[in-house]
Design a protein around this ligand. Sequence first.
Ligand SMILES: *Cc1c(COP(=O)(O)O)cnc(C)c1O
Length: 358
Amino acid sequence: MLNFALGPVMSSDLVLEIGSQQTPYFRTPEFSQVNLENEKLMKEMLYADEESRVIFLTGSGTAGMESTVMNVFNEDDKVLIVNGGGFGQRFVDLCKLHNIDCEDIKLDFGSCLTSERLYEYDGKDFTAFLVNICETSSGVHYDLDLISEFCKKNNLLLVVDAVSSFLANDLNMVEHGVDVVITGSQKALACPPGIAIIVLSKNAIKRVEENTCKSMYFDFEDMLINGVRGQTPFTPAITVILQLNVRLNQLKNDGGIEAEIKRISDLAEDFRSKITEFPFEVKSNCLSNSVTTVHSKQKIEANIVEILKNEYDIWVSTARDDLSETMLFRVGHMGDLSPEDNDTLIEALRDMQKRGLF
Ligand SMILES: *Cc1c(COP(=O)(O)O)cnc(C)c1O
């Protein structure tokens, strides 16, 4: 199986090996040490300052999104949300569900966030800004420098869902003035799903402490207190935490976050140059390094995603734009993939073309 889907992704052999072992008991000094080291490594990779804290929450990335909305915001907030696809809409829905006042910047699917659109909201009464910096449904990566400057100017608390962009595009919490970063174990961290990671700045921690969270399981304050000694209130996805530990150490030893961003960016570029031989198009000029959204130049009857999976054992993600009939599939560049793997996918597409499928 060769997996170019957008999470879960291909894991390294070391990570796979841990997955095959018995799950250890977790109320031990050894496991506390693992948690504390994971916190330290995550902070290093995000350039978070000393006072920042990291929460490892057992749940998928959406648990990270929802718990952040529940713990960081309150009824006095007015949140501005970038909404250019499925994940932006999820933040809008979550804020509405939890009675947080919000407004969204609606972008056409696949469009970049321009300064003109953003500054329509300048000088208003917002208190916070929510963005999925890579809107995985379209593959668009929004301009973090632009957003960061806007938030600093308007004194907005900045929450960045970097689930599909951490390790693929630059993110510096201190320089970009980011208060909360949300990511997950199954995207570029290349572990199985199960852990959402939330990194909180001092500012965000203060809000968590002042707010009352109406949930026992999702209570950040409880998690932060337990986290001081490297523990969690409830049983975590222990194996995934052990896998994260190996993976984070591996990343650190292989040149750190910069090396991984470059590797993923090179892999994306390699794929985008190779796909040009087909009647396909890569349309957006603000694509994330983590994903390439491939369009066709004309309507194609064959279900390329299904055929790749069933006949070539290659997995790519479906595309979800209901507006465009020409969109085909999304190819991820995260995880244990190489340029040779790109060649395997290109070879399969060549074969499909020979068969007259497009
Ligand atoms: C994958 C992803 C999530 C999390 O999705 P889950 O299915 O809950 O893990 C959140 N935000 C973005 C931008 C994502 O790509």
